[in-house]
Design a protein around this ligand. Sequence first.
Ligand code: 13P
Length: 246
Amino acid sequence: MPLIVSNWKMNGLGADGVALASAVAAKVKADPAKSREVAVCPPFTLLERVGAAIAGSGVGLGGQDCAPKASGAFTGDVSAPMLKDAGCFWVILGHSERRAGHKETDAQVRAKLEAAEAAGLATIACVGETLAEREAGKALEVVAGQLQGSLPDKRPGRWVVAYEPVWAIGTGKTATADDIKAMHAHIRSCLGRRHGGLAGLSVLYGGSVKGDNAREILGVPGVDGALVGGASLKAEEFWAICTARS
Ligand code: 13P
């Protein structure tokens, strides 16, 4: 069953955000097949309102980041227990926009993943190479390094890794099916070796997933679902992605 996660990033104000979440929830609820798992990750300010809008629909709620500490004097930060308290099941961590824009290191991402798992959240850990790294033939090496540095040693019951090539995010470019297949196999091989098994793991692809390319991407062997940015801001298009493989 594919897992389709929407990442609204820094988009969404009250009424529009609630309308978008309600529309997705209505589609999931009305879908007799129930052959997909869907989550929405709005900005922090909308968590409670979106949570209310999707209540009882089967759509999961997630945050887009959390602090490595549970509480304390960290002005502006939001902790994993706070996300849990706001009704989250999921949290996205280590997104490239945070690695690049907020200079998050692998060690910081790891501390956040540990905090999220300690709080009982299911984590979505993002990895992916830049264009320069891919062109230098280093994509596999870079992602292996991110996995090694960012993921905690302890294997959680439910864990998600999202492969998002940085150059494919918001650009309309996607990796080729062959490159996605190779990277997802590589991710499984790195994790299987280190963690002694892959139980509970889903590996998602992200980066310009749209209604018109979702079928091909979700059909690539080793792709368990998608992490969707821009195309998740329109209910119809997001639903087209959700249903692309069924
Ligand atoms: P786009 O789907 O807008 O390319 O964003 C992908 C992404 O970063 C999801 O986390």
